[in-house]
Design a protein. Sequence first.
Length: 378
Amino acid sequence: MSSKPLPILPGATLGILGGGQLGRMFTIAARTMGYKVMVLDPDADSPAGQMADVHLQADYGDHAALKRLGEACAAVTTEFENVPAASLIELAAHCRVSPSAAAVAIVQDRSHEKSWLREHGFATAPFELINSEADLEPALANVGAPALLKVARFGYDGKGQARIDTPDEARAAFRGFGGQPCVLEGFVRLEREISVVLARSDTGECALFPIAENRHDNGILDVSIVPARVTDTLAQQARAMARAVADQLGYVGVMAVEFFVVGGRLMVNEIAPRPHNSGHYTLDACVTDQFEQQVRALAGLPLGDPRLLSPVAMVNILGDRWQEGGPHWGTLLAHPNIKLHLYGKQAARPGRKMGHFNVLDTDAAAALALAERMRDAL
């Protein structure tokens, strides 16, 4: 592989696989810092493609497009975990790639991810791997009912999962998922959900953002509250566990670790090998946001300061808001401490993430109260 020596400085071209909102915000950060950006995404109207210098409209497995991307770019990263690991290996023959194909291959499959976490001593909710219908009944007996059946690949925002109370429901759900490999997870007595977004460099330098407390609605993140309302001891444990996950993976780039808080203890829920929805508060409330950090880690630059400048509450804006005449932007923007971010998506569909807003305040409770009022007023 012939690649530019680190650090890769402004003026070079950076690439990204995936053209959604995370790719868009990476592209904005990279271009602000003086880099050119090439996006590979099959959607002609991709949010990141709108902002990039070059948009390659092609499939993620298109060999000619991958060759063009790899030869044009000094380094390439990913926007989402479902990019084929084989494509990352192919790109690595031409340029620097982070995160690595090996790390992405582990976390893009729930069965591999859960098994990896257990093998490396990280606590998780009880789970069993499901590869056939015959696995369902003994698995349900082990994890207990109720449980969640989740597809191992391509599930997100509550999609590809079903609540299970009986073996018959488990069989029906498994068939409904086309008999593809799944993970059966036992329910836990959840106190709250939190996440740690971090950046890690080639040298092992790690910058951890403040912990977010996350609330979901129908499996989709609704509100993130920062700083999270947890004890200092629990916060330190979460940061240490997230860093340990990144170190054990040999991860380079930005990643998030989601945790369940159960009985005052932490369980790892999921790893996201990319910037994360719960890290969008960093765009307005931190010295360095998660997307600039992604650029820095990719380019081999020293990581930025992740320090929190203000308590903040982040609210997702879903396509549901467009169903009755569209959101009331004037109501939202009447508040000078609210920062609106829209993603440039052409079609507003129920459950689709169209944007988010951050509410900043010197008091976290006041930020959350205004965020909830504005979410309802939209």
